[in-house]
Design a protein around this ligand. Structure first.
Ligand SMILES: Nc1ncnc2c1ncn2[C@@H]1O[C@H](COP(=O)(O)OP(=O)(O)OP(=O)(O)O)[C@@H](O)[C@H]1O
Length: 255
């Protein structure tokens, strides 16, 4: 993978991205390339600017300057709701799930929202099938095949996080933005999520923000370390572990 990473065109490219909130520069000249099939982790202390960066890539926040490119196309000004249709999906957050709907309904609704125009022309029976099948497949890929009939409110916390991922997968994206998929999970749930991400590894370009360093080092092909909005190092897990700047700025403190 590492050799391939150096020779292929990036799937997702962040060029000289900058975002300030008043005097605070939360994204400070960030350059990152995520290659096809790569899991690229973004780590850094609290407040380093990880979520702010993900929000600019997903289109929820406009950068002050710089570019976001998907397959070489500039999508910096594309509205968030259109990014999934060009292949970029941010995993939903639990707060966006509909509690009183079933897990399968939640995925089907996301599929429908993305394809609303396309489905207007179809009969309702056909529409149901076209929404249900991708929903079921996505649930299966995250290990929720036999939980689709349950309401979200009946799912365990870890299952809700799996459902968030299923929604992202159902959108047929080739690039996934995952913001702390392990947050709030117990040891067993974390292990399950790790196994799911390992299964997906190689099939998507994934930009992963995660505080759990065991998970990051087990999953990532490369890691970018962000400190005060600025990348201080990008490298393989071994390179990151061995870098003294990273240890001083972040890992030493975490460990
Ligand atoms: N809308 C906003 N207005 C003003 N400041 C903001 C805004 N959003 C984020 N910030 C600030 O920008 C900086 C980066 O925040 P961000 O949430 O991106 O960091 P993070 O690395 O994701 O942190 P954590 O690991 O705690 O989630 C922080 O200092 C934060 O207070």
């Amino acid at each position: 993978m590492t050799e391939a990473l150096q020779t292929t065109a990036p799937k997702l490219e962040i060029r000289s991205l900058r975002k300030a909130f008043g005097a605070l520069v939360a994204t400070n000249d960030v350059n990152i390339q995520v290659q096809p099939g790569e899991i690229h982790a973004l780590i850094g202390p609290n407040g380093a600017g990880k979520t702010t960066l993900i929000s600019q890539i997903s289109g929820e926040l406009m950068p002050d300057s710089g570019q976001v490119l998907l397959d070489g196309e500039d999508i910096t000004r594309l509205p968030a709701y259109k990014r999934a249709s060009v292949g970029l999906a941010r995993s939903f957050q639990i707060s966006q799930l509909y509690n009183d709907f079933t897990a399968e309904d939640n995925v089907a609704l996301a599929v429908q929202a993305q394809s609303a125009k396309r489905f207007d022309m179809f009969s309702s029976a056909r529409k149901q099938m076209d929404l249900r099948e991708p929903a079921r497949q996505a649930l299966q890929r995250v290990g929720l095949a036999d939980r689709g009939h349950l309401r979200v409110s009946e799912l365990a916390h870890g299952e809700k996080r799996q459902l968030e991922l299923a929604i992202a997968l159902s959108l047929n994206a080739s690039v996934l933005l995952l913001d702390e998929p392990m947050a709030g999970l117990g040891a067993e749930e974390s292990q399950r999520m790790k196994d799911i991400l390992l299964e997906l590894k190689g099939q998507y370009a994934i930009l992963l923000v995660e505080h759990d360093m065991d998970i990051v080092f087990a999953l990532a092909d490369r890691i970018t370390v962000l400190v005060y909005g600025k990348p201080i190092f990008t490298g393989t897990p071994d390179e990151v572990r061995g870098n003294s700047d990273v240890r001083d700025a972040y890992l030493g403190r975490e460990e």
